[in-house]
Design a binder for this molecule. Structure first.
Ligand code: ZN
Length: 290
C-alpha cells in the first residue's frame, strides 16, 4: 500500500526519530554534515534506520535534510548532489525492506540561507535547488516528500513549487515553531495549515524547535484552524540542555509516548520524533498509538 492508502486505513503511522542527534551519538563528528555519511559511513545510517524499523517505524526519512545544492556548498560532495540524495534513498529503502509496508520519505530541509528581502537568495535559485533535490529523491524511489523544519512561507513555497515541478508524490509540509506559537519568521500554525492545505499538502505539521508542551499547543491551533485535516507531528525529546560538552534531552520514552497519544487525539495521523528521540522513544510511541 502506498502512503495515502496506508493513511486511508485509519491506522496511525509512526515515523522515525532523530537522524542528526543519533548519528552524533554514534560517532558523527561535530561540523560534519550527516549527508556526507551516505558515502563515508553508510553502515552508520543503516544501523540507525534498522533500529527505527525494529522499533516500529512505518516511515523512514532519508538522510537528506541538508541535501539541497545550496546547503551542500561546503560539503566535499557538493558536485554530487543528485548521487548523495539517491544513495540516501537506497540506504533507507534497504532498511525499510526488513518489514513489509515500511515507507521511505524524502527529507527536504531549508537551504540555510534567507530569501530576499531578508537575505541574498533569489526565490528562483531556491526553487531550482529544491526541484533538483526533489527530482533526485523521487527518481531514487521515495514514497513521499517531507518539506520539514521550515519556518518561512517564502522558502517553503519555493520548496513546494520545486518539489511539485519534479513529482506528483504526496508532499507533507512541517514547520518548526521555536518562538512559542510562531516560527522564527513569525508564521503561526493556523495560517500555515490554511496555506498548505490550499496548495494541496497531504498533511501539514510541526517538528523540532520546541518543548512537548508547546507542541501540544501548536497541534491544538492546527486542529482549530482545520478540524479533521491530517497532521504530522515530530517533536524533540524535550529541549536540549548542555551537560559539560554533551547535549542531552531529558524526556523519557514513556513521557513522549504520552504526548504522542494526545497529538493523535488532536488529529495527528503520523507521529514520530525529532532531535533527541532515540529508537527507544519510537518504540514507546508505537506501543502507545497503535
Ligand atoms: Zn530536530
Amino acid at each position: 500500500m502506498n502512503f495515502l492508502e496506508q493513511l486511508d486505513t485509519g491506522r496511525v503511522l509512526v515515523a522515525d526519530g532523530a537522524t542528526g542527534t543519533n548519528l552524533q551519538k554514534m560517532g558523527l563528528a561535530p561540523g560534519i554534515p550527516p549527508e556526507d555519511l551516505v558515502f563515508d559511513q553508510p553502515d552508520l545510517i543503516l544501523k540507525l534506520e534498522n533500529a527505527f524499523v525494529e522499533a516500529g517505524s512505518d516511515i523512514l526519512l532519508t538522510c537528506t535534510f541538508g541535501g539541497t545544492r545550496l546547503r551542500m556548498k561546503e560539503s566535499k560532495y557538493r558536485e554530487r548532489v543528485v548521487e548523495v540524495n539517491q544513495r540516501a534513498v537506497e540506504l533507507a529503502r534497504q532498511a525499510a525492506g526488513a518489514r513489509t509496508g515500511v515507507l521511505v520519505a524524502g527529507s527536504i530541509g531549508p537551504t540555510g540561507q534567507l530569501l530576499k528581502p531578508y537575505g541574498p537568495l533569489e526565490p528562483g535559485q531556491a526553487e531550482a535547488a529544491f526541484a533538483e533535490q526533489a527530482q533526485a529523491l523521487s527518481e531514487g524511489g521515495v514514497d513521499l516528500l517531507v518539506i520539514e523544519t521550515h519556518f518561512a512561507f517564502e522558502e517553503a513555497d519555493a520548496a513546494w513549487r520545486g518539489a511539485r515541478s519534479a513529482t506528483d508524490l504526496p508532499i507533507v509540509v512541517s514547520f518548526s515553531y521555536d518562538r512559542g506559537l510562531r516560527t522564527m519568521m513569525g508564521v503561526r500554525p493556523a495560517d500555515m495549515l490554511v496555506h498548505y492545505r490550499e496548495l494541496g499538502a497531504a498533511l501539514v505539521g510541526a517538528n523540532c524547535g520546541t518543548s512537548l508542551e508547546n507542541m501540544e499547543k501548536i497541534a491544538e491551533e492546527y486542529a482549530a484552524a482545520g478540524p479533521g485535516f491530517p497532521l504530522w507531528i515530530k517533536p524533540n525529546a524535550g529541549m536540549p540542555r548542555l551537560e559539560g560538552e554533551r547535549t542531552v534531552f531529558d524526556i523519557t520514552p514513556e513521557a513522549m509516548a504520552g504526548f504522542a497519544s494526545r497529538f493523535v487525539a488532536l488529529g495527528a495521523r503520523v507521529v514520530g520524533g525529532c532531535c533527541g528521540s532515540t529508537p527507544e522513544h519510537i518504540a514507546a510511541i508505537a506501543r502507545t498509538v497503535r
